[in-house]
Design a protein around this ligand. Sequence first.
Ligand code: ADP
Ligand code: ZN
Length: 436
Amino acid sequence: MIWNPIKECMPEEQKRELQGKRLHKVVDYVYHNVPFYRHKMQEMGIEPGDIQTIDDIVKLPFTTKQDLRDNYPFGLQAAPQSEIIRIHASTGTTGNPTIVGYTRKDIDVWSECMSRCLTAYGVQRSDIFSVAYGYGLFTGGLGVHYGVENLGATVVPTSTGGTQKHAKLIKDLGVTGLACTPSYALHLAEVIEQMGIKKEDLKLRVGAFGAEPWTENMRQEIQARLGLKGYNIYGLSEIMGPCVSYECECQDGSHINEDHFYPEIINPVTLEPLERGTDGELVFTTLTKTGMPVLRYRTRDLCSLLPGDCPCGRTFVRMSAIKGRSDDMLIIRGINVFPSQVESVLLEIPECAPYYRLIVDRKDNLDILTVQVEARPDYLSEGFDTLSPITALEKKVADRLKSVLSISSVVQIKMPGSLERFEGKAKIVTDNRKLV
Ligand code: ADP
Ligand code: ZN
Protein backbone atom coordinates (compact mmCIF):
# COMPACT_ATOMS: atom_id res chain seq x y z
CA MET A 1 0.00 0.00 0.00
CA ILE A 2 1.12 3.54 -0.72
CA TRP A 3 -0.25 6.37 1.45
CA ASN A 4 0.10 9.19 -1.09
CA PRO A 5 0.81 7.74 -4.55
CA ILE A 6 0.52 11.16 -6.22
CA LYS A 7 3.53 12.40 -4.30
CA GLU A 8 5.40 9.18 -3.56
CA CYS A 9 5.28 8.00 -7.19
CA MET A 10 5.67 11.38 -8.91
CA PRO A 11 7.46 11.26 -12.29
CA GLU A 12 11.05 12.45 -11.96
CA GLU A 13 10.68 15.63 -14.06
CA GLN A 14 7.57 16.73 -12.24
CA LYS A 15 9.24 16.08 -8.90
CA ARG A 16 12.28 18.17 -9.79
CA GLU A 17 10.06 21.00 -10.92
CA LEU A 18 8.14 20.92 -7.65
CA GLN A 19 11.40 20.80 -5.69
CA GLY A 20 12.75 23.79 -7.63
CA LYS A 21 9.64 25.87 -6.94
CA ARG A 22 9.65 24.96 -3.28
CA LEU A 23 13.36 25.67 -2.96
CA HIS A 24 12.94 29.15 -4.41
CA LYS A 25 10.09 29.81 -1.99
CA VAL A 26 11.94 28.63 1.11
CA VAL A 27 15.09 30.56 0.19
CA ASP A 28 13.04 33.72 -0.30
CA TYR A 29 11.31 33.08 3.03
CA VAL A 30 14.49 32.60 5.10
CA TYR A 31 16.22 35.51 3.33
CA HIS A 32 13.50 37.80 4.60
CA ASN A 33 12.93 36.22 8.00
CA VAL A 34 16.24 34.81 9.27
CA PRO A 35 19.11 37.33 9.52
CA PHE A 36 21.61 34.44 9.77
CA TYR A 37 20.73 33.22 6.26
CA ARG A 38 20.40 36.72 4.82
CA HIS A 39 23.91 37.58 6.01
CA LYS A 40 25.37 34.32 4.75
CA MET A 41 23.79 34.80 1.33
CA GLN A 42 24.88 38.41 1.15
CA GLU A 43 28.44 37.35 1.97
CA MET A 44 28.29 34.88 -0.92
CA GLY A 45 26.75 37.50 -3.21
CA ILE A 46 23.52 35.61 -3.87
CA GLU A 47 19.88 36.60 -3.70
CA PRO A 48 16.69 34.54 -3.68
CA GLY A 49 16.23 35.37 -7.38
CA ASP A 50 19.38 33.35 -8.15
CA ILE A 51 17.67 30.18 -6.98
CA GLN A 52 15.14 29.05 -9.59
CA THR A 53 15.64 25.33 -10.16
CA ILE A 54 16.65 22.56 -7.81
CA ASP A 55 20.10 22.44 -9.45
CA ASP A 56 20.74 25.95 -8.10
CA ILE A 57 20.90 24.45 -4.61
CA VAL A 58 24.70 24.12 -4.88
CA LYS A 59 24.95 27.95 -4.76
CA LEU A 60 23.51 28.02 -1.23
CA PRO A 61 25.46 28.07 2.04
CA PHE A 62 25.68 25.02 4.32
CA THR A 63 24.25 24.95 7.83
CA THR A 64 25.91 23.03 10.67
CA LYS A 65 24.89 21.93 14.14
CA GLN A 66 27.31 24.56 15.42
CA ASP A 67 25.30 27.25 13.59
CA LEU A 68 22.20 26.06 15.41
CA ARG A 69 24.02 26.13 18.73
CA ASP A 70 25.46 29.58 18.06
CA ASN A 71 21.95 30.85 17.40
CA TYR A 72 20.47 29.16 20.48
CA PRO A 73 17.63 29.12 21.21
CA PHE A 74 15.50 30.80 18.53
CA GLY A 75 17.97 32.53 16.21
CA LEU A 76 17.18 30.35 13.17
CA GLN A 77 13.45 30.37 13.66
CA ALA A 78 11.70 31.93 10.69
CA ALA A 79 8.10 32.06 11.89
CA PRO A 80 6.91 34.46 14.59
CA GLN A 81 6.53 32.86 18.04
CA SER A 82 2.74 33.11 17.78
CA GLU A 83 2.86 30.63 14.87
CA ILE A 84 4.96 28.03 16.73
CA ILE A 85 2.86 25.33 18.37
CA ARG A 86 5.55 22.88 19.51
CA ILE A 87 9.21 22.76 20.44
CA HIS A 88 11.57 19.80 20.37
CA ALA A 89 15.25 19.64 21.22
CA SER A 90 17.99 17.31 20.14
CA THR A 91 19.80 15.52 22.94
CA GLY A 92 23.23 16.96 22.20
CA THR A 93 25.99 15.63 24.40
CA THR A 94 27.94 18.88 24.74
CA GLY A 95 26.99 22.55 24.88
CA ASN A 96 23.55 23.89 24.10
CA PRO A 97 20.93 21.51 22.76
CA THR A 98 19.47 22.43 19.40
CA ILE A 99 15.96 23.80 19.65
CA VAL A 100 13.48 23.27 16.83
CA GLY A 101 10.13 25.06 16.67
CA TYR A 102 7.24 23.69 14.58
CA THR A 103 4.24 25.51 13.16
CA ARG A 104 0.89 23.77 12.75
CA LYS A 105 1.73 23.26 9.09
CA ASP A 106 5.02 21.59 10.02
CA ILE A 107 3.25 19.21 12.38
CA ASP A 108 0.78 18.36 9.60
CA VAL A 109 3.59 17.67 7.12
CA TRP A 110 5.34 15.54 9.73
CA SER A 111 2.18 13.49 10.38
CA GLU A 112 1.67 13.06 6.63
CA CYS A 113 5.25 11.86 6.12
CA MET A 114 5.00 9.53 9.12
CA SER A 115 1.79 8.05 7.69
CA ARG A 116 3.65 7.38 4.44
CA CYS A 117 6.33 5.49 6.39
CA LEU A 118 3.86 3.43 8.41
CA THR A 119 1.82 2.56 5.33
CA ALA A 120 4.98 1.39 3.56
CA TYR A 121 5.56 -0.96 6.53
CA GLY A 122 2.08 -2.37 6.03
CA VAL A 123 0.48 -0.69 9.05
CA GLN A 124 -3.30 -0.37 8.70
CA ARG A 125 -6.13 1.18 10.66
CA SER A 126 -6.81 -2.13 12.37
CA ASP A 127 -3.31 -2.21 13.88
CA ILE A 128 -2.51 -1.50 17.53
CA PHE A 129 0.78 0.32 17.56
CA SER A 130 3.02 0.79 20.57
CA VAL A 131 5.35 3.79 20.45
CA ALA A 132 8.30 3.04 22.72
CA TYR A 133 10.47 5.95 21.66
CA GLY A 134 10.88 8.54 24.38
CA TYR A 135 8.07 11.09 24.60
CA GLY A 136 9.24 14.57 25.44
CA LEU A 137 11.80 16.86 23.88
CA PHE A 138 13.13 13.98 21.77
CA THR A 139 11.26 13.85 18.45
CA GLY A 140 10.83 10.06 18.36
CA GLY A 141 7.80 9.58 20.62
CA LEU A 142 5.46 12.37 19.58
CA GLY A 143 6.60 12.20 15.95
CA VAL A 144 5.57 8.58 15.45
CA HIS A 145 2.53 9.07 17.69
CA TYR A 146 1.00 11.73 15.43
CA GLY A 147 1.69 9.60 12.37
CA VAL A 148 -0.13 6.59 13.81
CA GLU A 149 -3.12 8.75 14.75
CA ASN A 150 -3.15 10.43 11.35
CA LEU A 151 -3.23 7.02 9.70
CA GLY A 152 -6.07 5.96 11.95
CA ALA A 153 -4.46 2.99 13.69
CA THR A 154 -4.62 2.71 17.49
CA VAL A 155 -1.65 4.26 19.22
CA VAL A 156 -0.36 3.04 22.59
CA PRO A 157 1.92 5.82 23.88
CA THR A 158 4.23 3.55 25.88
CA SER A 159 7.34 5.77 25.82
CA THR A 160 10.49 4.35 27.44
CA GLY A 161 10.86 2.74 30.85
CA GLY A 162 8.86 -0.02 32.49
CA THR A 163 9.87 -2.74 30.06
CA GLN A 164 8.04 -5.53 31.94
CA LYS A 165 4.83 -3.52 31.97
CA HIS A 166 5.32 -2.88 28.26
CA ALA A 167 5.82 -6.58 27.56
CA LYS A 168 2.60 -7.39 29.41
CA LEU A 169 0.68 -4.72 27.46
CA ILE A 170 2.00 -6.04 24.16
CA LYS A 171 0.64 -9.45 25.06
CA ASP A 172 -2.62 -8.42 26.72
CA LEU A 173 -3.66 -5.77 24.16
CA GLY A 174 -2.55 -7.83 21.19
CA VAL A 175 -0.19 -5.08 20.06
CA THR A 176 0.71 -5.62 16.39
CA GLY A 177 3.16 -2.79 15.73
CA LEU A 178 6.15 -1.48 17.63
CA ALA A 179 8.32 1.61 17.20
CA CYS A 180 11.55 1.94 19.20
CA THR A 181 15.30 1.92 18.81
CA PRO A 182 16.71 -1.40 17.54
CA SER A 183 18.73 -1.77 20.75
CA TYR A 184 15.59 -1.36 22.83
CA ALA A 185 13.80 -3.92 20.65
CA LEU A 186 16.47 -6.44 21.62
CA HIS A 187 16.18 -5.52 25.27
CA LEU A 188 12.43 -5.93 25.07
CA ALA A 189 12.90 -9.34 23.43
CA GLU A 190 15.13 -10.35 26.30
CA VAL A 191 12.64 -9.21 28.95
CA ILE A 192 9.79 -10.97 27.12
CA GLU A 193 11.83 -14.18 27.10
CA GLN A 194 12.74 -13.81 30.79
CA MET A 195 9.07 -13.35 31.67
CA GLY A 196 8.38 -16.69 29.99
CA ILE A 197 6.17 -15.11 27.30
CA LYS A 198 6.40 -17.03 24.04
CA LYS A 199 6.60 -15.07 20.83
CA GLU A 200 3.76 -17.24 19.53
CA ASP A 201 1.55 -15.67 22.21
CA LEU A 202 2.21 -12.20 20.79
CA LYS A 203 0.51 -10.58 17.81
CA LEU A 204 3.48 -8.38 16.89
CA ARG A 205 3.98 -8.29 13.13
CA VAL A 206 5.67 -5.01 12.24
CA GLY A 207 8.41 -2.87 13.75
CA ALA A 208 9.62 0.65 12.91
CA PHE A 209 13.18 0.80 14.13
CA GLY A 210 15.59 3.71 13.91
CA ALA A 211 17.12 6.70 15.71
CA GLU A 212 20.47 4.89 15.74
CA PRO A 213 22.48 2.85 13.25
CA TRP A 214 21.72 -0.85 12.97
CA THR A 215 22.82 -3.65 10.73
CA GLU A 216 21.16 -6.36 8.68
CA ASN A 217 22.28 -8.94 11.23
CA MET A 218 20.63 -6.98 13.98
CA ARG A 219 17.44 -6.93 11.93
CA GLN A 220 17.50 -10.72 11.59
CA GLU A 221 18.04 -11.11 15.32
CA ILE A 222 15.17 -8.78 16.28
CA GLN A 223 12.84 -10.37 13.74
CA ALA A 224 13.59 -13.88 14.95
CA ARG A 225 13.14 -13.03 18.61
CA LEU A 226 10.04 -10.82 18.41
CA GLY A 227 8.36 -12.59 15.48
CA LEU A 228 7.83 -9.42 13.45
CA LYS A 229 9.18 -7.79 10.32
CA GLY A 230 11.48 -4.87 11.10
CA TYR A 231 11.68 -1.76 8.92
CA ASN A 232 14.12 1.11 9.02
CA ILE A 233 12.99 4.62 9.85
CA TYR A 234 15.39 7.54 9.69
CA GLY A 235 15.17 11.13 10.72
CA LEU A 236 16.72 13.93 12.71
CA SER A 237 15.23 16.72 14.74
CA GLU A 238 16.94 19.53 12.83
CA ILE A 239 15.08 18.44 9.69
CA MET A 240 11.84 17.20 11.30
CA GLY A 241 12.23 14.02 13.35
CA PRO A 242 11.49 10.42 12.38
CA CYS A 243 9.88 10.31 8.89
CA VAL A 244 12.66 11.79 6.77
CA SER A 245 13.14 8.39 5.12
CA TYR A 246 11.56 4.95 5.31
CA GLU A 247 11.96 1.46 3.94
CA CYS A 248 9.34 -0.01 1.65
CA GLU A 249 8.57 -3.72 1.29
CA CYS A 250 11.64 -4.13 -0.94
CA GLN A 251 13.91 -3.16 1.98
CA ASP A 252 16.68 -2.04 -0.32
CA GLY A 253 17.45 1.40 1.07
CA SER A 254 15.08 3.97 2.57
CA HIS A 255 12.95 6.31 0.43
CA ILE A 256 13.42 9.97 1.31
CA ASN A 257 10.29 12.13 1.50
CA GLU A 258 11.80 14.21 -1.27
CA ASP A 259 8.92 16.58 -1.80
CA HIS A 260 9.70 17.96 1.68
CA PHE A 261 13.37 17.13 2.34
CA TYR A 262 15.90 17.51 -0.46
CA PRO A 263 18.99 15.30 -0.05
CA GLU A 264 22.53 15.75 -1.30
CA ILE A 265 25.68 13.74 -0.66
CA ILE A 266 28.91 15.69 -0.28
CA ASN A 267 32.53 14.95 0.38
CA PRO A 268 32.79 15.93 4.07
CA VAL A 269 36.28 17.34 3.57
CA THR A 270 36.05 19.25 0.27
CA LEU A 271 32.25 19.83 0.48
CA GLU A 272 31.96 18.88 -3.22
CA PRO A 273 28.67 17.19 -4.24
CA LEU A 274 29.11 13.47 -4.97
CA GLU A 275 27.52 11.16 -7.55
CA ARG A 276 24.69 8.76 -6.87
CA GLY A 277 26.06 5.56 -5.40
CA THR A 278 29.07 7.19 -3.75
CA ASP A 279 29.36 7.30 0.04
CA GLY A 280 29.64 10.70 1.64
CA GLU A 281 27.95 13.03 4.10
CA LEU A 282 24.20 13.41 3.83
CA VAL A 283 22.93 16.99 3.56
CA PHE A 284 19.28 18.06 3.74
CA THR A 285 17.35 21.16 2.76
CA THR A 286 13.81 21.46 4.08
CA LEU A 287 11.59 22.48 1.18
CA THR A 288 8.33 23.24 2.99
CA LYS A 289 9.13 23.84 6.64
CA THR A 290 7.94 27.14 8.05
CA GLY A 291 8.95 27.08 11.74
CA MET A 292 12.67 26.52 11.38
CA PRO A 293 13.62 25.78 7.78
CA VAL A 294 17.25 24.81 7.17
CA LEU A 295 19.34 25.12 4.04
CA ARG A 296 21.86 22.39 3.24
CA TYR A 297 22.08 21.04 6.78
CA ARG A 298 25.14 18.83 7.26
CA THR A 299 23.85 15.76 9.09
CA ARG A 300 27.32 14.19 9.62
CA ASP A 301 25.65 10.90 8.68
CA LEU A 302 27.60 8.90 6.12
CA CYS A 303 25.69 7.02 3.44
CA SER A 304 24.97 7.07 -0.30
CA LEU A 305 21.93 7.82 -2.45
CA LEU A 306 21.12 4.69 -4.41
CA PRO A 307 20.96 4.84 -8.19
CA GLY A 308 18.10 3.14 -10.06
CA ASP A 309 14.37 2.66 -9.54
CA CYS A 310 12.71 0.76 -6.75
CA PRO A 311 10.30 -2.02 -7.79
CA CYS A 312 7.72 -0.72 -5.27
CA GLY A 313 6.82 2.10 -7.65
CA ARG A 314 7.88 4.97 -5.39
CA THR A 315 10.08 7.45 -7.23
CA PHE A 316 11.53 9.02 -4.08
CA VAL A 317 15.28 8.45 -4.06
CA ARG A 318 16.57 5.85 -1.61
CA MET A 319 19.43 6.28 0.83
CA SER A 320 21.59 3.39 1.96
CA ALA A 321 21.83 2.44 5.63
CA ILE A 322 23.86 4.92 7.66
CA LYS A 323 27.41 3.61 7.70
CA GLY A 324 28.61 5.88 10.46
CA ARG A 325 28.91 9.53 11.25
CA SER A 326 31.68 11.71 9.97
CA ASP A 327 32.14 12.82 13.57
CA ASP A 328 31.68 9.35 15.15
CA MET A 329 34.14 7.57 12.95
CA LEU A 330 36.94 6.25 15.08
CA ILE A 331 40.44 6.55 13.78
CA ILE A 332 42.42 3.84 15.47
CA ARG A 333 46.09 3.68 14.67
CA GLY A 334 45.31 5.67 11.57
CA ILE A 335 42.61 3.32 10.34
CA ASN A 336 38.98 4.39 10.04
CA VAL A 337 36.74 2.15 12.09
CA PHE A 338 32.98 2.40 12.19
CA PRO A 339 31.11 0.82 15.09
CA SER A 340 28.73 -0.70 12.54
CA GLN A 341 31.59 -2.74 11.06
CA VAL A 342 32.35 -4.22 14.46
CA GLU A 343 28.67 -4.95 15.02
CA SER A 344 28.42 -6.83 11.73
CA VAL A 345 31.35 -9.03 12.66
CA LEU A 346 30.07 -9.76 16.15
CA LEU A 347 26.59 -10.67 15.00
CA GLU A 348 27.96 -13.12 12.48
CA ILE A 349 29.54 -15.13 15.29
CA PRO A 350 26.87 -17.46 16.67
CA GLU A 351 28.38 -17.59 20.17
CA CYS A 352 28.14 -13.80 20.58
CA ALA A 353 25.04 -12.04 21.84
CA PRO A 354 24.14 -8.69 20.24
CA TYR A 355 25.30 -6.64 23.26
CA TYR A 356 28.69 -5.03 22.94
CA ARG A 357 30.83 -2.00 23.75
CA LEU A 358 33.84 -0.42 22.11
CA ILE A 359 36.41 1.28 24.29
CA VAL A 360 39.36 3.14 22.86
CA ASP A 361 42.38 4.02 24.99
CA ARG A 362 45.80 5.36 24.28
CA LYS A 363 48.77 3.82 26.06
CA ASP A 364 52.33 4.88 25.24
CA ASN A 365 50.99 6.72 22.19
CA LEU A 366 49.39 3.58 20.88
CA ASP A 367 45.64 3.31 20.37
CA ILE A 368 44.06 0.27 21.91
CA LEU A 369 40.60 -0.89 20.87
CA THR A 370 38.84 -3.04 23.42
CA VAL A 371 35.72 -4.86 22.30
CA GLN A 372 33.48 -6.19 25.06
CA VAL A 373 30.78 -8.57 23.94
CA GLU A 374 28.38 -10.79 25.81
CA ALA A 375 28.39 -14.50 25.11
CA ARG A 376 25.06 -16.16 24.45
CA PRO A 377 23.76 -17.99 27.52
CA ASP A 378 23.60 -21.39 25.76
CA TYR A 379 27.24 -21.12 24.75
CA LEU A 380 28.47 -20.52 28.27
CA SER A 381 26.28 -23.11 29.94
CA GLU A 382 28.47 -25.85 28.55
CA GLY A 383 31.74 -25.96 30.44
CA PHE A 384 30.90 -22.95 32.59
CA ASP A 385 33.39 -24.13 35.20
CA THR A 386 36.39 -23.81 32.94
CA LEU A 387 37.70 -20.68 31.34
CA SER A 388 38.68 -22.33 28.10
CA PRO A 389 35.49 -21.63 26.12
CA ILE A 390 35.82 -17.93 26.93
CA THR A 391 39.45 -17.78 25.91
CA ALA A 392 38.71 -19.66 22.71
CA LEU A 393 35.87 -17.33 21.87
CA GLU A 394 37.96 -14.25 22.61
CA LYS A 395 40.54 -15.46 20.15
CA LYS A 396 37.95 -16.27 17.52
CA VAL A 397 36.35 -12.82 17.77
CA ALA A 398 39.72 -11.06 17.74
CA ASP A 399 40.78 -12.98 14.62
CA ARG A 400 37.57 -12.13 12.78
CA LEU A 401 37.79 -8.47 13.75
CA LYS A 402 41.37 -8.32 12.62
CA SER A 403 40.54 -9.69 9.20
CA VAL A 404 37.74 -7.18 8.68
CA LEU A 405 39.14 -4.05 10.36
CA SER A 406 42.84 -4.65 9.63
CA ILE A 407 43.73 -3.77 13.20
CA SER A 408 44.07 -5.92 16.27
CA SER A 409 41.80 -5.46 19.25
CA VAL A 410 41.52 -6.72 22.78
CA VAL A 411 38.38 -8.83 23.04
CA GLN A 412 36.68 -9.39 26.39
CA ILE A 413 33.84 -11.87 26.53
CA LYS A 414 31.26 -10.81 29.10
CA MET A 415 28.69 -12.87 31.00
CA PRO A 416 25.17 -12.81 29.55
CA GLY A 417 23.22 -9.83 30.85
CA SER A 418 26.24 -8.04 32.30
CA LEU A 419 26.41 -5.05 29.93
CA GLU A 420 24.04 -2.16 30.59
CA ARG A 421 20.86 -2.10 28.48
CA PHE A 422 19.59 1.17 27.01
CA GLU A 423 16.05 2.37 26.50
CA GLY A 424 16.85 5.29 24.24
CA LYS A 425 19.80 5.53 21.91
CA ALA A 426 22.51 3.09 22.92
CA LYS A 427 25.87 4.44 24.05
CA ILE A 428 28.17 1.92 22.47
CA VAL A 429 31.49 3.73 22.14
CA THR A 430 33.72 5.20 24.85
CA ASP A 431 36.71 7.02 23.50
CA ASN A 432 39.03 7.72 26.42
CA ARG A 433 41.69 9.28 24.22
CA LYS A 434 40.07 12.70 24.37
CA LEU A 435 40.67 12.81 28.09
CA VAL A 436 44.41 12.29 27.83
P1 ADP B 1 20.48 13.84 18.57
O1 ADP B 1 20.95 12.44 18.50
O2 ADP B 1 21.56 14.84 18.36
O3 ADP B 1 19.56 14.11 19.70
P2 ADP B 1 18.32 13.25 16.81
O4 ADP B 1 17.66 12.66 17.97
O5 ADP B 1 17.55 14.10 15.91
O6 ADP B 1 19.55 14.08 17.28
O7 ADP B 1 19.04 12.08 16.06
C1 ADP B 1 19.34 12.14 14.68
C2 ADP B 1 20.45 11.20 14.35
O8 ADP B 1 20.15 9.86 14.75
C3 ADP B 1 20.67 11.10 12.86
O9 ADP B 1 21.45 12.17 12.37
C4 ADP B 1 21.40 9.76 12.77
O10 ADP B 1 22.76 9.89 13.10
C5 ADP B 1 20.72 8.94 13.83
N1 ADP B 1 19.66 8.11 13.23
C6 ADP B 1 18.35 8.35 13.21
N2 ADP B 1 17.69 7.36 12.57
C7 ADP B 1 18.61 6.49 12.15
C8 ADP B 1 18.57 5.26 11.40
N3 ADP B 1 17.45 4.72 11.00
N4 ADP B 1 19.75 4.66 11.13
C9 ADP B 1 20.91 5.20 11.53
N5 ADP B 1 21.03 6.33 12.24
C10 ADP B 1 19.89 6.98 12.55
ZN1 ZN C 1 10.57 1.08 -2.69
